[in-house]
Design a protein around this ligand. Structure first.
Ligand code: ADP
Ligand code: MG
Length: 241
């Protein structure tokens, strides 16, 4: 297994509050890793550090074994293939579904794609996120679940090496969640790592190879969802609530 993301001894403080406390973890290419834990555990902060939005006070983040991205800019990290869907969908008013995916596709490649290649890529992505019949619709008209898928599509369009999804099924109906399970499973590839922050444990169980439980900025437990459910400390700080 090759390590896609190595987070080593990372510390983040906001004033005197320790959001991440000497946190270390390694995520392999080919796996779907879920990050779970109570509100305030540091899950979003971890994604912020990996994507270059928050600078850690200590520690480092290494992408693909050799590329230290700890102090790289947000755009350099995205350009390297480490991509993120945020917790809240950010849809551009007035742009269609197709135009959103085009933005994602163009953002991912240094050289401009040919028009034909771009159109093919867009069609492929729109199909994979289940919006094939909605390409020309203004994205603002989509249902909440469809907006979440569109955001995943924008990330996907750039052919990323690391995909980070922050709460992809929050607020979705059971049927939409079901479709998101299939979508996330379809994203996995031997040369890609997928990191999912989520509170829906049934969803996590169905998509994740391994689960990291964060608590107060540290790893409380790491293992399969079955082991996570059986761990008394995890039940105590999170699942039992
Ligand atoms: N920019 C910030 N300034 C101050 N405190 C922050 C900031 N970002 C996050 N925090 C605090 O850090 C803690 C961890 O937040 P977060 O990573 O968002 O948790 P999670 O995603 O696990 O719910 C929370 O207590 C939050 O209030
Ligand atoms: Mg969060």
């Amino acid at each position: 297994m090759t390590v896609a993301l190595l987070v080593e001894n990372v510390g983040v403080t906001f004033g005197s509050f320790r959001a991440l406390d000497a946190l270390s973890l390694a995520i392999d290419f080919g796996e779907v890793r879920a990050i779970i834990g109570p509100n305030g555990a540091g899950k979003t902060t971890l994604l912020d550090v990996i994507s270059g939005i928050t600078r850690p006070k200590q520690g480092r983040v290494v992408f693909d074994q050799t590329t230290d991205i700890t102090r790289a800019s947000e755009s350099a990290i995205a350009q390297a293939g480490v991509r993120r869907k945020f917790q809240k969908p950010s849809i551009f008013e007035g742009l269609s579904v197709r135009e959103h995916v085009a933005i994602g596709a163009q953002a991912g490649f240094r050289r401009r794609m040919s028009e034909t290649a771009l159109q093919e890529r867009i069609a492929e992505v729109i199909e994979s996120i289940g919006l094939a019949d909605h390409g020309e619709r203004p994205a603002s008209e989509l249902a909440h679940g469809q907006k979440q898928w569109l955001e995943i599509g924008m990330v996907l369009a750039s052919n990323p090496k690391v995909v980070m999804l922050d709460e992809p099924v929050a607020g979705l109906t059971d049927e939409e969640t079901e479709r998101t399970v299939a979508l996330v499973r379809g994203l996995r590839r031997p040369d890609r790592a997928i990191v999912v922050v989520e509170h829906d444990m049934d969803f996590v169980e169905r998509i994740a190879d391994r689960v990291t439980v964060l608590h107060e900025g540290k790893t409380l437990f790491e293992g399969s969802m079955a082991h996570v459910r059986a761990d008394p400390r995890v039940v105590d700080v999170y699942l039992g609530r």
